[in-house]
Write a protein that binds this ligand. Structure first.
Ligand SMILES: Cc1cc2nc3c(=O)[nH]c(=O)nc-3n(C[C@H](O)[C@H](O)[C@H](O)COP(=O)(O)OP(=O)(O)OC[C@H]3O[C@@H](n4cnc5c(N)ncnc54)[C@H](O)[C@@H]3O)c2cc1C
Length: 499
């Protein structure tokens, strides 16, 4: 049988990944992106000689991206230069404590001995615990669709079975971190990793302690020229390989008849017929805005309203006419009261008044990202998903001032006066820019034991021919997982068509 035509809604990383994989298997693929540029949340702002990545700043599990290039007949190294950074991240606390984290063990141990000597052994045990979790779960829960029972049985390993009792816990990330570290500084540092999938360490299940292992044990990388190079490279390969990529093409509806998809209708009125439609656009947005209510059997408005999105982000891009030598490439300035910060974000749905602040200055390791003598600061704090409680437009300027003042208190003297280029990105803007559900940046939160089961699955259960690929479906948000969702979606399409 001739491979049917596939339409993909959205050219974020998930859309690009599934497009490249299906094209490599001989499918005719149309990739539709509503914005003028591909990449979705991996995006950029360029102004007056400053280049800012506006989304991801750290790449983990690079083999996943390398594999995608290989499937498309290319070598990642011919397109991208990955750089491992030293330090991996600089952490600062309000009491003056600081720590330069490193994935080079002797350096990391030296820093731990300086800051929290009693916790050095705990660090080794914690990494080993994370490594066990990662090696036991990755094949079943990240590289495959655990909700596809045929695949589930094949991917279960003796190692996973041995780890199951440790994984079947109601303990949270914070509970577990406390078992390994006595230092409040290190507890805060390792709790922070729960935010890497948009969740709270005080609610996310302890299995997410595998995330620090991925960063410290496997490594974290920057892409020379800026993270947006990833999107540019994938776009170039997709076009070269014959993916029909259209930007400025906003989909208004996924056409469904008799429980089966038949293609899409664009906002321009044009319809494109397809037997397979893959939504890379946020899955909850897709159900609520692109699929008629009469065709939604599972993700009804009521069900969607009950699903908790991941947190969002409040971002200030600052081009400064001076350099701040106390900064590394990645920097974290911690809040005084970490539990309160997460109560504000996830329970009160309010911006934290004393937020932990992340500052990324790619120009420190990649001078071409800013004019000579200047820095391109990407300043971000975790923020609540949008809600009717308030309008971000009303508070953005004050919140920006609070954050800049806090950074000056941490020692970035003269920051405010040195700004010559500035742009604010609020959760509300994420909603409009990418149709991110309530401004979420990682899809759905993992704040409960059942979160993984609440996500719309890769294969829509209520509409034949409809699939999802991206951070709001399995296995979750973040560059490597989103790329993996593209792999899993491509496999699901192929498997289903063979039947
Ligand atoms: C500020 C920030 C920091 C982050 N930091 C990191 C990090 O350091 N490391 C990491 O690994 N991950 C990070 N992430 C997460 C990572 O960026 C995302 O998980 C990933 O990029 C999401 O990709 P996606 O393909 O799922 O979705 P998206 O990027 O949201 O792509 C969906 C695409 O669909 C398009 N679309 C939506 N609706 C329509 C429509 N109707 N018609 C046509 N097109 C449509 C959108 O415009 C978008 O291009 C960060 C994200 C943000 C925002």
């Amino acid at each position: 049988m001739k491979n049917p035509h596939v339409v993909i809604v959205g050219a974020g990383l998930g859309g690009l990944a599934v497009a490249l994989r299906l094209r490599a298997r001989g499918f005719s693929v149309t990739l539709l992106e509503k914005n003028d540029r591909v990449g979705g949340k991996l995006n950029l702002v360029e102004r007056d000689g400053y280049r800012f990545d506006t989304g991801p700043s750290l790449m983990t599990m690079p083999d996943v991206l390398r594999d995608l290039f290989a499937v498309a007949g290319e070598r990642m190294e011919d397109h991208l230069t990955l750089e491992s950074l030293e330090p991996l991240c600089r952490y600062d606390w309000p009491d003056g404590t600081h720590l330069d984290a490193s994935s080079t063990l002797p350096r990391m141990v030296a820093e731990l001995e300086r800051v929290a000597p009693r916790d050095v052994a705990g660090y080794f045990r914690f990494l080993s615990y994370g490594a066990d979790l990662y090696t036991a779960t990755a094949e079943t829960f990240l590289f495959n669709d655990f909700r596809d029972l045929r695949k589930l049985w094949k991917s279960i390993t003796p190692h996973l079975l041995r780890q199951l009792p440790r994984m079947a816990t109601t303990k949270t990330v914070a509970d577990k971190v406390q078992e390994f570290f006595t230092s409040p500084h290190l507890q805060q540092l390792f709790n922070r990793f729960a935010t890497y999938n948009g969740s709270s360490p005080y609610r996310a299940q302890a299995t997410f302690c595998l995330i620090p292992y991925v960063e410290f044990g496997i490594g974290g990388w920057y892409v020379k020229g800026g993270m947006y190079r990833i999107a540019e490279a994938l776009e170039a390969v997709a076009r070269k390989n014959g993916v029909q990529l259209r930007t400025g093409a906003s989909v208004a509806e996924i056409l469904v008849a008799n429980g089966k998809t038949g293609g899409v209708r664009l906002e321009s009125g044009e319809t494109i017929a397809a037997e397979v439609v893959i939504a890379n656009a946020d899955s909850l947005y897709t159900y609520s805005s692109l699929i008629g209510r009469e065709n939604r059997k599972i993700f009804t408005d009521r069900k969607i309203a009950r699903i908790e999105p991941s947190c969002s982000g409040f971002i200030v891009l600052l081009g400064t006419r001076k350099k701040f030598d106390r900064l590394a490439h990645h920097n974290i300035f911690f809040s005084r009261d970490y539990p309160k910060e997460f109560t504000d974000i996830f329970d009160r749905l309010q911006p934290a008044q004393d937020p932990t602040i992340y500052v990324c200055s790619t120009s420190r390791s990649d001078p071409e990202m800013a004019p000579p003598g200047c820095e391109n600061l990407f300043v971000m704090v975790n923020a609540p998903a949008t809600s009717p409680a308030f309008d971000w437009d009303d508070i953005a300027a004050d919140y920006r001032n609070l954050i800049v003042k806090r950074l000056e208190e941490f020692g970035l003297d003269g920051l405010s006066d040195s700004v010559e280029v500035e742009e604010i990105i609020t959760p509300k803007r994420f909603t409009g820019w990418f149709n991110a559900w309530r401004g979420s940046i990682y899809g759905l939160s993992s704040n409960s034991l059942t979160s993984a089961f609440l996500r719309p699955p890769i294969r829509a259960r209520d509409i034949r021919g409809l699939y999802f690929a991206g951070g709001s479906t399995h296995p979750g948000g973040g560059i490597p997982l989103v790329l993996l969702s593209g792999k899993i979606a491509a496999e699901a399409v192929e498997t289903d068509l063979k039947q």
